[in-house]
Design a protein around this ligand. Sequence first.
Ligand code: FBP
Ligand code: MG
Ligand code: MG
Length: 341
Amino acid sequence: MTRPTLQDHLSRWSQADDVRRDVASTVLALAGAGIKISELLAAGPLAGALAEVRGHHADGDSQKELDVIADDLVREALTAAPVALLGSEEADEPVALDPAGTLAVAVDPLDGSSNIDSNMTVGTIFSILPFVGAEALLQPGSAQLAAGFLIYGPQLALVLTVGAGTQIFILDRASGDFLLAEERALVAPETAEYAVNGSNLRHWDTAIRCYVEDCQAGADGPRGKDFNTRWVASMVADVFRILVRGGVYLYPGDARRGYTQGRLRLVYEANPVAFLMEQAQGAATDGQRPILELRPAHLHQRVPLVFGSRGEVERIARYHIDATAMPERSPLFGRRGLLRA
Ligand SMILES: O=P(O)(O)OC[C@H]1O[C@](O)(COP(=O)(O)O)[C@@H](O)[C@@H]1O
Ligand SMILES: [Mg+2]
Ligand SMILES: [Mg+2]
């Protein structure tokens, strides 16, 4: 079976449409940067001290050597694309590129960079928006023209949406082409698998704590079924798994200093993932509101994030309305609480 290349797929989609052609060439530029980043990751320490901390962002997150290199590679690739404005996790302010460009791009050049030295999967996330002036990166996610990520795992894959479903391409190292592996990725509507950093339990609000406790109670608890936990600490890897076999990912706000709005960034993490999820029939919210409807106030804004299997994302929204009033829980402390008392 011959599989279409990324280039063929995009050129068919973009025929006779200038905006689409610009989106297509931008995606191809990002894919090219991804190949270079994956080569560095594959060499690991042989390519230098990639995991060494180089500095810190304004809000305290550390910046590793490979975060900076990946950012440079993405920016370099996009200088040859019709991109007027680039916003990156690694730069405080957006940078202007081609003044004649029609697009604005937001990137997380390296997602999951705490994992670099553990030889685990990381990725590059991107969001492509129309360039509508200096505030172009602050449009709500519903304005995205395309979004996706490159994931550097055993396979180098590109997960992409241009608003016509979610596709997965895999790099064929023999030809150097990304080949279509999955034309229409679909997130299973229901699941018994959740991803959350459980070490933060004591900092969560009631809704999230009740939700996770109910999952952990398994077949003996209010959910009446056993759940499985997965947490890679690289969101791209959790997204990929959820696309393949369903699940739900949560990074809620919590009571730690600097975490009231969670950890993830709206413009270059939550928005692209939400677009991919919605296009795969999953869902993404800030706990209650659809991510794609939120209007960012600034480039590095954080947002509580819940995404994955639609039924489970909707259930978590109901826990936010009143966790103790979930049908399966009794009014005060929940059925399990009363039974234990
Ligand atoms: O360190 P924690 O709390 O487990 O958080 C991990 C989460 O933070 C992130 O690493 C944030 O992304 P960056 O690595 O780009 O900062 C996600 O990929 C991941 O899901
Ligand atoms: Mg990230
Ligand atoms: Mg990052």
